[in-house]
Write a protein that binds this ligand. Structure first.
Ligand code: CDP
Length: 253
C-alpha cells in the first residue's frame, strides 16, 4: 500500500531510530539492479530496478528521421521519449503523454547529448524510448541512467557514460536519492546528472528551499552517490560480455 493517499503525507519522514521511512541512512541510495540487452528488437537496451522504480530503455539508430523535416543536414539528432505506464503510479495516469513526460524527455535529451558524437551522423536520428513500469520518485534520474546504459549497449560511440541521482532535504536533514514520499513531502529536491568525460553536471534542477552551504553539501553527497551508480552501470555492461564468454567457454569444453 503506498504511503501517500489522497495527498495526505506522514508528519515525520524519519523513524524513531533516526532512519528514513524505508530504513535507509541519510546518504544511502536505494538498491539498484541493471541489465543490458533485454529487448531483442532494439539496437541496444537496458532494464533497471532502482528501489521500487522499474524502467526499460530501448535505443534505435542511427536511422532515418521521421518526420523528415526534423533531420539536420550537418549532424544527427537525439530523440528521447520518456513515458510512464498508466499502472506505474497509485492514481491512474492518463495514457496520452502529458506535459510532464514531454518536459522530462527534453531534460533527458539535454543530459545525454553532450556525450554523443552527433556531428558524425548527419541526417539521421538516435531514438531512445523509455518506459517507466513502476514509479517511486527519481524517475528522471533513473531514466537518464538506464538510457545511457542502453546507448552504450547499442554500441553508439560515446565520450563517457552519464549517471544521475536526486539529492535533497527532508525534515531539516540532507539526504541522497529521494523516494516518492520524500520527494513529495520533503523540503527540497535536486535531481542532478553528470557526464563523466568532463565531470560536468548536465542536469541540475532545484525544487524547494535550502541555503548555500546545504546546496554545496548536497552536491558533494550527489558526487559520492553518482560514483556508486557509475560502478553499477559499468558492472552491468561488463557482465553481458563476461556471460557471453562463459557461455562460449562452456560450449567449447
Ligand atoms: O520521478 P521524478 O522524481 O523524476 O519526477 P516528479 O515529477 O518529481 O515525480 C515524483 C514522483 O511522483 C514520481 O517518481 C512518481 O512516483 C510520482 N508521480 C505520480 O504518482 N503520478 C504522476 N502522474 C507523476 C509522478
Amino acid at each position: 500500500m503506498p504511503l501517500i493517499i489522497n495527498d495526505v503525507y506522514p508528519k515525520k519522514l524519519f523513524r524513531e531510530d533516526g532512519k528514513r521511512l524505508d530504513g535507509r541512512e541519510n546518504n544511502e541510495i536505494r538498491p539498484i539492479k541493471m541489465k543490458v540487452g533485454v529487448i531483442s528488437n532494439a539496437d541496444g537496451s537496458a532494464y533497471l530496478e532502482w528501489g521500487n522504480n522499474k524502467i526499460y530503455a530501448a535505443v534505435y539508430g542511427p536511422r532515418e528521421v521521421h518526420p523528415h523535416h526534423l533531420a539536420k543536414p550537418d549532424k544527427g539528432i537525439l530523440r528521447v521519449f520518456y513515458r510512464m505506464a498508466t499502472f506505474s503510479v497509485f492514481e491512474r495516469k492518463r495514457p496520452a503523454p502529458g506535459r510532464r513526460e514531454k518536459e522530462i524527455s527534453m531534460i533527458i535529451t539535454d543530459c545525454l547529448e553532450p556525450v554523443l558524437f552527433l556531428e558524425l551522423y548527419p541526417g539521421t536520428a538516435f531514438e531512445v524510448f523509455i518506459e517507466v513500469m513502476d514509479a517511486d520518485g527519481g524517475t528522471r534520474c533513473a531514466s537518464t541512467t538506464v538510457a545511457a546504459l542502453a546507448l552504450a549497449d547499442a554500441g553508439v560511440p560515446m565520450r563517457s557514460l552519464v549517471s544521475a541521482v536526486a539529492v535533497g532535504k527532508i525534515d531539516g536533514q540532507l539526504i541522497t536519492d529521494l523516494s516518492g514520499i520524500e520527494d513529495k513531502a520533503g523540503e527540497a529536491d535536486l535531481p542532478c546528472a553528470i557526464t563523466w568525460f568532463n565531470e560536468e553536471l548536465s542536469l541540475l534542477q532545484f525544487d524547494g528551499d535550502m541555503d548555500l552551504d546545504e546546496l554545496n553539501e548536497s552536491l558533494a553527497n550527489a558526487k559520492t552517490a553518482l560514483n556508486e551508480i557509475l560502478q553499477i552501470q559499468l558492472k552491468a555492461l561488463k557482465s553481458k560480455y563476461t556471460t557471453i564468454l562463459e557461455e562460449q567457454e562452456g560450449g567449447e569444453s
